[in-house]
Design a protein around this ligand. Structure first.
Ligand code: ZN
Length: 248
Protein backbone atom coordinates (compact mmCIF):
# COMPACT_ATOMS: atom_id res chain seq x y z
CA UNK A 1 0.00 0.00 0.00
CA UNK A 2 1.51 3.36 -1.03
CA UNK A 3 1.32 6.69 0.88
CA UNK A 4 -1.69 7.88 -1.12
CA UNK A 5 -3.65 4.74 -0.23
CA UNK A 6 -2.54 4.88 3.41
CA UNK A 7 -3.95 8.42 3.61
CA UNK A 8 -7.11 7.67 1.65
CA UNK A 9 -8.06 4.69 3.82
CA UNK A 10 -6.55 6.02 7.07
CA UNK A 11 -9.90 6.06 8.90
CA UNK A 12 -10.28 2.35 8.17
CA UNK A 13 -6.66 1.56 9.01
CA UNK A 14 -7.00 3.35 12.37
CA UNK A 15 -9.56 0.73 13.39
CA UNK A 16 -7.74 -2.12 15.14
CA UNK A 17 -10.30 -4.56 13.69
CA UNK A 18 -9.36 -3.52 10.15
CA UNK A 19 -5.76 -2.27 10.22
CA UNK A 20 -3.56 -2.37 7.11
CA UNK A 21 -4.13 -6.09 6.68
CA UNK A 22 -7.91 -5.68 6.57
CA UNK A 23 -7.73 -2.77 4.14
CA UNK A 24 -5.37 -4.73 1.90
CA UNK A 25 -7.88 -7.60 1.85
CA UNK A 26 -10.70 -5.15 1.04
CA UNK A 27 -8.59 -3.60 -1.73
CA UNK A 28 -7.87 -7.06 -3.18
CA UNK A 29 -11.53 -8.12 -2.97
CA UNK A 30 -14.04 -8.69 -5.71
CA UNK A 31 -17.75 -8.18 -5.04
CA UNK A 32 -20.62 -9.14 -7.33
CA UNK A 33 -23.65 -6.85 -6.90
CA UNK A 34 -26.90 -8.09 -8.38
CA UNK A 35 -29.32 -5.19 -8.91
CA UNK A 36 -28.27 -1.52 -9.04
CA UNK A 37 -31.43 0.06 -7.67
CA UNK A 38 -32.42 1.20 -4.20
CA UNK A 39 -30.20 -1.29 -2.34
CA UNK A 40 -27.49 -1.55 -4.97
CA UNK A 41 -26.97 2.24 -4.79
CA UNK A 42 -25.67 2.49 -1.20
CA UNK A 43 -24.00 -0.92 -1.48
CA UNK A 44 -21.98 0.06 -4.56
CA UNK A 45 -21.21 3.59 -3.31
CA UNK A 46 -19.95 2.47 0.10
CA UNK A 47 -17.93 -0.39 -1.37
CA UNK A 48 -16.37 1.91 -3.99
CA UNK A 49 -15.55 4.54 -1.35
CA UNK A 50 -14.08 1.78 0.84
CA UNK A 51 -11.71 0.83 -1.95
CA UNK A 52 -12.94 -2.67 -2.82
CA UNK A 53 -10.67 -3.82 -5.66
CA UNK A 54 -13.29 -4.91 -8.19
CA UNK A 55 -17.03 -4.31 -8.29
CA UNK A 56 -19.10 -6.26 -10.80
CA UNK A 57 -22.46 -4.58 -11.41
CA UNK A 58 -25.36 -6.55 -12.88
CA UNK A 59 -28.72 -5.04 -13.89
CA UNK A 60 -30.79 -5.25 -17.08
CA UNK A 61 -32.81 -2.09 -16.41
CA UNK A 62 -32.48 1.55 -17.50
CA UNK A 63 -32.66 4.62 -15.24
CA UNK A 64 -36.23 5.92 -15.00
CA UNK A 65 -37.42 9.14 -13.38
CA UNK A 66 -39.33 7.16 -10.72
CA UNK A 67 -36.00 5.61 -9.59
CA UNK A 68 -34.41 8.90 -8.53
CA UNK A 69 -36.42 9.17 -5.25
CA UNK A 70 -34.27 6.42 -3.69
CA UNK A 71 -31.68 5.05 -6.13
CA UNK A 72 -29.04 7.57 -5.15
CA UNK A 73 -26.23 6.27 -7.38
CA UNK A 74 -28.17 7.53 -10.45
CA UNK A 75 -28.38 11.13 -11.65
CA UNK A 76 -30.92 13.24 -13.54
CA UNK A 77 -28.42 13.42 -16.42
CA UNK A 78 -28.19 9.62 -16.63
CA UNK A 79 -31.95 9.12 -17.18
CA UNK A 80 -32.43 6.56 -19.94
CA UNK A 81 -28.93 5.09 -19.57
CA UNK A 82 -28.49 1.51 -18.40
CA UNK A 83 -28.36 1.42 -14.61
CA UNK A 84 -24.95 -0.26 -14.63
CA UNK A 85 -23.46 2.45 -16.88
CA UNK A 86 -25.09 5.22 -14.86
CA UNK A 87 -23.75 3.73 -11.61
CA UNK A 88 -20.29 3.16 -13.12
CA UNK A 89 -20.03 6.90 -13.84
CA UNK A 90 -20.92 7.86 -10.25
CA UNK A 91 -18.66 5.21 -8.73
CA UNK A 92 -15.69 6.21 -10.91
CA UNK A 93 -16.15 9.79 -9.66
CA UNK A 94 -16.15 8.55 -6.04
CA UNK A 95 -13.09 6.31 -6.43
CA UNK A 96 -11.23 6.10 -9.73
CA UNK A 97 -8.95 3.35 -8.43
CA UNK A 98 -11.76 0.77 -8.21
CA UNK A 99 -12.12 -1.56 -11.19
CA UNK A 100 -15.79 -1.50 -12.21
CA UNK A 101 -17.19 -4.16 -14.53
CA UNK A 102 -20.71 -3.85 -15.90
CA UNK A 103 -23.16 -6.44 -17.20
CA UNK A 104 -26.32 -4.77 -18.53
CA UNK A 105 -28.37 -7.93 -18.74
CA UNK A 106 -30.04 -10.62 -16.70
CA UNK A 107 -27.47 -13.40 -16.32
CA UNK A 108 -28.25 -16.92 -17.41
CA UNK A 109 -27.34 -19.69 -14.98
CA UNK A 110 -23.96 -20.45 -16.62
CA UNK A 111 -22.78 -16.82 -16.70
CA UNK A 112 -24.04 -16.29 -13.16
CA UNK A 113 -22.10 -19.34 -11.97
CA UNK A 114 -18.92 -17.99 -13.64
CA UNK A 115 -19.34 -14.60 -11.98
CA UNK A 116 -20.17 -16.05 -8.54
CA UNK A 117 -17.11 -18.34 -8.70
CA UNK A 118 -14.85 -15.32 -9.30
CA UNK A 119 -16.42 -13.25 -6.48
CA UNK A 120 -15.34 -13.16 -2.83
CA UNK A 121 -18.80 -11.95 -1.80
CA UNK A 122 -22.15 -11.72 -3.61
CA UNK A 123 -24.55 -8.96 -2.57
CA UNK A 124 -28.17 -9.59 -3.51
CA UNK A 125 -29.85 -6.26 -4.21
CA UNK A 126 -32.47 -7.75 -6.53
CA UNK A 127 -36.19 -7.23 -6.17
CA UNK A 128 -37.64 -10.64 -7.00
CA UNK A 129 -37.77 -14.16 -5.61
CA UNK A 130 -36.68 -15.90 -8.82
CA UNK A 131 -33.32 -14.10 -8.71
CA UNK A 132 -32.96 -14.52 -4.93
CA UNK A 133 -33.55 -18.26 -5.11
CA UNK A 134 -31.18 -18.67 -8.07
CA UNK A 135 -28.47 -16.71 -6.23
CA UNK A 136 -29.02 -18.86 -3.14
CA UNK A 137 -28.51 -22.08 -5.12
CA UNK A 138 -25.50 -20.72 -7.03
CA UNK A 139 -23.73 -19.34 -3.94
CA UNK A 140 -24.41 -22.57 -2.04
CA UNK A 141 -22.91 -24.63 -4.90
CA UNK A 142 -19.75 -22.50 -4.98
CA UNK A 143 -19.61 -21.89 -1.18
CA UNK A 144 -19.58 -18.13 -1.77
CA UNK A 145 -20.90 -15.86 1.02
CA UNK A 146 -24.19 -14.18 0.07
CA UNK A 147 -25.42 -10.94 1.64
CA UNK A 148 -29.14 -10.65 1.07
CA UNK A 149 -31.31 -7.55 1.56
CA UNK A 150 -34.85 -6.43 0.84
CA UNK A 151 -36.90 -3.30 1.47
CA UNK A 152 -40.54 -2.43 0.94
CA UNK A 153 -42.84 0.25 2.38
CA UNK A 154 -41.17 1.16 5.70
CA UNK A 155 -39.75 -2.31 6.28
CA UNK A 156 -36.40 -3.90 5.59
CA UNK A 157 -34.76 -7.32 5.85
CA UNK A 158 -31.14 -8.42 6.03
CA UNK A 159 -29.49 -11.85 6.17
CA UNK A 160 -26.01 -13.21 5.51
CA UNK A 161 -25.68 -16.73 4.16
CA UNK A 162 -22.11 -17.71 4.90
CA UNK A 163 -21.84 -20.82 2.77
CA UNK A 164 -18.19 -21.29 3.77
CA UNK A 165 -19.77 -22.69 6.96
CA UNK A 166 -21.62 -25.91 6.13
CA UNK A 167 -23.97 -25.51 9.12
CA UNK A 168 -25.29 -22.13 7.91
CA UNK A 169 -28.97 -22.11 6.90
CA UNK A 170 -29.74 -21.04 3.33
CA UNK A 171 -32.28 -18.54 1.98
CA UNK A 172 -34.81 -21.34 1.51
CA UNK A 173 -34.41 -22.52 5.15
CA UNK A 174 -35.12 -18.97 6.32
CA UNK A 175 -38.06 -18.18 4.11
CA UNK A 176 -39.73 -21.47 4.85
CA UNK A 177 -40.15 -19.85 8.31
CA UNK A 178 -41.52 -16.49 7.23
CA UNK A 179 -43.48 -17.59 4.16
CA UNK A 180 -42.90 -14.22 2.50
CA UNK A 181 -44.80 -13.05 -0.55
CA UNK A 182 -43.18 -11.53 -3.62
CA UNK A 183 -43.86 -7.81 -3.12
CA UNK A 184 -42.58 -5.06 -5.41
CA UNK A 185 -41.79 -1.43 -4.64
CA UNK A 186 -43.58 -0.39 -7.83
CA UNK A 187 -46.84 -1.74 -6.44
CA UNK A 188 -46.39 -1.13 -2.70
CA UNK A 189 -44.06 1.86 -2.45
CA UNK A 190 -40.95 2.27 -0.31
CA UNK A 191 -39.70 5.15 1.82
CA UNK A 192 -36.39 6.32 0.39
CA UNK A 193 -34.04 6.05 3.43
CA UNK A 194 -35.27 2.53 4.25
CA UNK A 195 -33.32 1.19 1.26
CA UNK A 196 -30.35 3.20 2.55
CA UNK A 197 -30.59 1.57 5.99
CA UNK A 198 -30.67 -1.94 4.54
CA UNK A 199 -28.09 -1.24 1.80
CA UNK A 200 -25.64 0.27 4.30
CA UNK A 201 -25.93 -2.85 6.42
CA UNK A 202 -25.30 -5.02 3.35
CA UNK A 203 -22.14 -3.01 2.57
CA UNK A 204 -21.05 -3.37 6.21
CA UNK A 205 -21.46 -7.14 6.13
CA UNK A 206 -19.62 -7.38 2.77
CA UNK A 207 -16.64 -5.43 4.16
CA UNK A 208 -16.55 -7.66 7.27
CA UNK A 209 -16.41 -10.74 5.03
CA UNK A 210 -13.65 -9.27 2.83
CA UNK A 211 -11.63 -8.04 5.79
CA UNK A 212 -12.29 -11.13 7.97
CA UNK A 213 -13.40 -9.21 11.04
CA UNK A 214 -16.54 -8.81 13.14
CA UNK A 215 -19.57 -10.97 13.71
CA UNK A 216 -21.79 -11.57 10.69
CA UNK A 217 -25.57 -11.44 10.72
CA UNK A 218 -25.59 -15.11 9.72
CA UNK A 219 -28.05 -17.75 10.90
CA UNK A 220 -30.71 -15.17 11.52
CA UNK A 221 -32.99 -12.77 9.68
CA UNK A 222 -32.80 -9.12 10.78
CA UNK A 223 -36.07 -7.25 10.32
CA UNK A 224 -36.12 -3.44 10.28
CA UNK A 225 -39.26 -1.50 11.10
CA UNK A 226 -38.74 2.06 9.90
CA UNK A 227 -42.09 3.23 11.31
CA UNK A 228 -41.04 2.44 14.91
CA UNK A 229 -37.29 2.59 14.15
CA UNK A 230 -36.68 -0.87 15.56
CA UNK A 231 -34.73 -3.98 14.61
CA UNK A 232 -35.76 -7.49 15.58
CA UNK A 233 -34.16 -10.82 14.80
CA UNK A 234 -35.50 -14.24 13.85
CA UNK A 235 -33.01 -17.01 14.54
CA UNK A 236 -32.89 -19.71 11.90
CA UNK A 237 -31.41 -23.17 11.86
CA UNK A 238 -30.33 -25.13 8.84
CA UNK A 239 -33.31 -27.31 7.92
CA UNK A 240 -32.03 -30.88 7.36
CA UNK A 241 -35.03 -31.42 5.05
CA UNK A 242 -34.46 -28.19 3.08
CA UNK A 243 -35.06 -28.82 -0.63
CA UNK A 244 -31.99 -26.71 -1.51
CA UNK A 245 -29.31 -27.30 1.17
CA UNK A 246 -30.61 -30.34 3.07
CA UNK A 247 -29.93 -34.05 2.67
CA UNK A 248 -33.42 -35.52 2.19
ZN1 ZN B 1 -31.67 -24.56 3.10
Amino acid sequence: MDDKQLLRYSRHILLPQVDIKGQEAISAGRVLIIGIGGLGSPVSMYLAASGVGTLVLVDDDKVDVSNLQRQIVHREYTLGLSKVESAAQTLAAINSTVCIKTLARRLDEITLMEQVEKADVVVDCSDNFVTRKLLNRTCLATRTPLVSGAAIRLEGQLAVFDFRDQTCPCYQCLYALTGDEDLTCSQNGVLSPVVGVVGSHQALEALKILGSFGKLNAGRLALFDGYANQWRYLNAQKDPKCEVCGNP
